[in-house]
Design a protein around this ligand. Sequence first.
Ligand SMILES: C[S@@+](CC[C@H](N)C(=O)[O-])C[C@H]1O[C@@H](n2cnc3c(N)ncnc32)[C@H](O)[C@@H]1O
Length: 304
Amino acid sequence: MAWLQLKARIAPDQAELLEELLLEEGATAITLQDAHDDPVFEPERGTTPLWNETVLTGLYDDLEGLEGMLERLAAAWAETLPGEPCPEIEHELVADRDWEREWMDGFQPLRMGERLWIVPSWHAPPQPEAVNLHLDPGLAFGTGTHPTTALCLAWLDALATNGDLEAKEVLDVGTGSGILAIAALKLGASHASATDIDPQALAASRDNAERNGIDASRFDLCYPEQLTHARRFPIVMANILAGPLIELAPIIAGHVAAHGHLALSGILDGQAQDVIDAYTDQGLIMDPPCRREGWVRLTGRRAP
Ligand SMILES: C[S@@+](CC[C@H](N)C(=O)[O-])C[C@H]1O[C@@H](n2cnc3c(N)ncnc32)[C@H](O)[C@@H]1O
């Protein structure tokens, strides 16, 4: 089966209107993408990420009605936003594809550090004797392909190699798919506590823990407000954006036990110093940043 695809480049604040109009014309699916793969992660500290131009795509199973559809779209646009030029709408016929299969093909096993592999749940591990983390991110963030996650996985692998993870309790703030907490458990940690504000992340983490044979008694998942502030952990990691990391510095730093290790990720290069300052103020001794593809991982320790 073929599909009629309509596509427009549009300012993000006009995308919602065009999306509505395309849906009114019977679109079966709508996709919004960053036109330049260049998101502005925090326009101001703590605000929602955005991008500068959106590519909006609508798919239709009716291949015949193109001309009438374009006329109606232009008329509805002019009526809603008089004087604002209607965006140019391109069209093409696209062959049917197995969209889910395409995404799965793009997520291949990844080696992280010395011993750890991230293996999509539908793949056989390339090195069965390695520490293999079987992962299906579902709708949650965290496949290991993003530099912010990869930086934390490399840190965990190095801690394990140095014997600093063995039989330790870890805390993972903003667990997403559970990837960091589960990696820590597979690399030798005794117990992981993980928090997320997103219920889908908590569900995906629970599924991934089961998939990896992690006994429920070794893995606690909860919303951040359910974690007792007074709990201390020898290993704490948080891969969330710089804004929340700074805002939550008293809480996150407060969870690091004496002699404990901390890793912070999700920080852009230019934001590193503000985050270092926030955690130094909380009594942590911070290391120089570790950088990858414009992202920074910060590590530190609490003095005895
Ligand atoms: C960038 S993802 C990281 C996922 C995973 N830990 C990784 O390293 O790939 C950030 C996660 O933090 C969660 N998050 C954002 N703000 C949070 C907060 N204040 N407390 C806990 N989780 C938060 C988001 O829902 C998201 O799942």
